[in-house]
Design a protein around this ligand. Structure first.
Ligand SMILES: O=C(O)CCC(=O)C(=O)O
Ligand SMILES: [Fe+2]
Length: 304
């Protein structure tokens, strides 16, 4: 295990050639202090207001994407994953329109990228805490790409931009990646590890020393996971907002957007991805998957 302190940068007004080269090679890059501490506090307070509003209104889904609930350190219900968070906050929505974020799309060159405020899951808040009743303490190995398989055969390039809102030194756990795996072929993208069930550290993985306000950018095809904290309760709290930078046709979601079928079936993530893998085989080999009807599951119901 190691960290990538050698590849930590500060963001000016636009990306430098060195930053682009590092990203092309590793599929991940970290920018220190992308926003200052006062802004972190402001964002946390906005998020808290959004969460209170969603809880008070009994909202279960935003634009078809279910919220994830858990019990906080004080035993009270809280939300561990919110999609389209900026829909409820002018401050967060304004942040997504900042030119500096738009500049990151250059990492997708030669594709044209845009900040997907209303696409995929929009601005996602992930809130991890290590308590017995927390639903979200860690996340197994995965890439962010296979959902695209449901849309058609091509995986569209995308970036996941993480704005970190808590200090999280490497030893506390947090994001781990296999640098360079964004350049793998489709087979490795699907089968390098068992999607979401494998939580084992990899000898080649790298992690980060994160301070609140830092930004990480990873390619959607990069293998990554979230290491559970060795600490419990308050010390393990980790809040990070993810912003998708997407390519291809504009596919906004709205209040009446259907829930992707893997959410509807309430299958564990593992099962969702097994389905994805079976379908990818169908496409590759032109075979019918065992036990799955030939009626297409694609496109109509899944739009992310
Ligand atoms: O929390 C993180 O840093 C990563 C989350 C993630 O990989 C995901 O939600 O797909
Ligand atoms: Fe991910």
């Amino acid at each position: 295990m190691s960290n990538i302190n050698n590849y930590v940068f500060h963001f000016g007004q636009e990306l430098t050639p060195e930053q682009k080269t590092v990203f092309q090679k590793y599929g991940v890059i970290q920018f220190k202090n992308f926003v200052d501490k006062a802004t972190v506090q402001q964002f946390l307070s906005e998020i808290q207001q959004v969460e209170e509003y969603l809880l008070a209104s009994g909202i279960q889904k935003v634009n078809g994407i279910p919220l994830k609930f858990g019990l906080n350190t004080d035993g009270k219900k809280f939300i561990q994953r919110i999609a389209f968070t900026s829909q409820y906050s002018k401050v967060l929505s304004a942040f997504l329109k900042e030119e500096r974020l738009a500049q990151l799309a250059a990492l997708l060159h030669p594709y044209e990228g845009r900040v997907g405020e209303n696409e995929k899951d929009g601005l996602v808040l992930n809130h991890y805490v290590n308590t017995p009743d927390s639903e979200y303490k860690q996340l197994g190995w995965h890439t962010d790409s296979p959902r695209d398989i449901f849309l058609g055969s091509r995986i569209m390039p995308m970036l996941n931009v993480g704005l970190h809102l808590d200090d999280y030194a490497f030893a506390k756990g947090g994001l781990r990646v296999l640098a360079g795996t964004h350049n793998q072929g489709l087979f490795k993208l699907l089968f390098r590890k068992k999607y979401f069930v494998d939580n084992d550290p990899d000898p080649k993985e790298i992690g980060f020393n994160i301070e609140a306000g830092d930004l990480t950018v990873h390619d959607g095809r990069l293998w990554h996971r979230v290491q559970r904290s060795p600490f419990f309760g308050e010390e393990s709290r980790r809040r990070v907002m993810y912003i998708p930078i997407v390519t291809g046709a504009y596919k906004p979601k709205h209040a009446n957007s259907p829930t992707p079928f893997y959410h509807k079936l309430a299958l564990p993530k593992l099962e969702q991805y097994r389905e994805a893998l079976r379908w990818s085989n169908v496409k590759r080999k032109g075979l019918k998957p065992a036990g799955i009807q030939s009626t297409p599951l694609v496109s109509n119901t899944i739009n992310q």
